[in-house]
Design a protein around this ligand. Sequence first.
Ligand code: AMP
Ligand code: ZN
Ligand code: FE
Ligand code: FE
Length: 305
Amino acid sequence: MRQSGFATTSAPIPAQDSTRFVHKSVNMKDLADLHIHTTASDGAWTPTQVVQAAADKGLGAIAITDHDTIDGLSEALEAGRRAGVIVVPGLEISAIHGAKTEVHVLGYFFDHQYAELVEQLHILKNSRESRGRKIVEQLNEAGVNITFERVSELAQGGAIGRPHVARALCEIGAVNSIDAAFGRWLQEGAPGYVPRYKISPNDAVRLILNAGGAAVCAHPGKQVGDEILVEMIDQGMCGVEARHPDHGPVTTRYYEKFAAKRALIATGGSDSHCIQGGKRTDIGSVTVSVDVVDQLKEAAAQRRK
Ligand code: AMP
Ligand code: ZN
Ligand code: FE
Ligand code: FE
């Protein structure tokens, strides 16, 4: 069986896709995918379906990291207990540095009942709903006839994001792919673009730490400069996501070295949204050693002391 992963110390053999590596000797149980979305935000699968997919692949651990919400966690934790997969409680806060630099902050092993966290996430989720309404209004003004009701249905009660609007645009045939929906209607400068509620990366890190968790910068190679990372480290951030589908081998190595130099934890995950067709990244397609789970747990415990 072909397995992808990074858990051994032997030299990786590049596969056809240069962002992945193949190790024939790796046991899937030793691997963890620490970045996965569910229907609690803009993923296509429910937390139970995600855990089942991880169990079917034989993964040792996964983290559920929905955008700005922890609503999927209790279902996922329960499904994990049943399926024998370690489920790490997580989230991905969509922060913005300065005017418009997207910085996504992953949190792990926080106290999900911590009042400040619950309150902030409530604000973020509500603001995603009002932004969703604004996006639909702007699209209607531009002559595209989708309804907020449909977008909301597609979100299934989860935190509303542009992917839900993109799916509604595909349904009515306004575009023929999710990617085209972003390009033509939803990305910055497009008719349906509406910025999100603004939380800074440093505030996101502090929120996660206050809730007793470990904070990690998601996919830093996408937009985040090292100066921003250094600021976040100063706030107590303990890791960077070195392995991600949008990081090629050079970027991955860069952040692994970055982490090693600063005694940070190098994490990784597939950022799977389980979208059938179109852009799809499979659960378990990007992984790290399950040891990283213990490192994150330990970092969170250290903060609490
Ligand atoms: P939002 O958080 O509502 O601003 O939406 C951003 C999310 O949309 C990202 O986290 C990705 O999951 C997804 N996304 C961004 N660009 C694209 C794209 N070109 N195609 C598909 N999904 C995208
Ligand atoms: Zn997403
Ligand atoms: Fe992200
Ligand atoms: Fe993500």
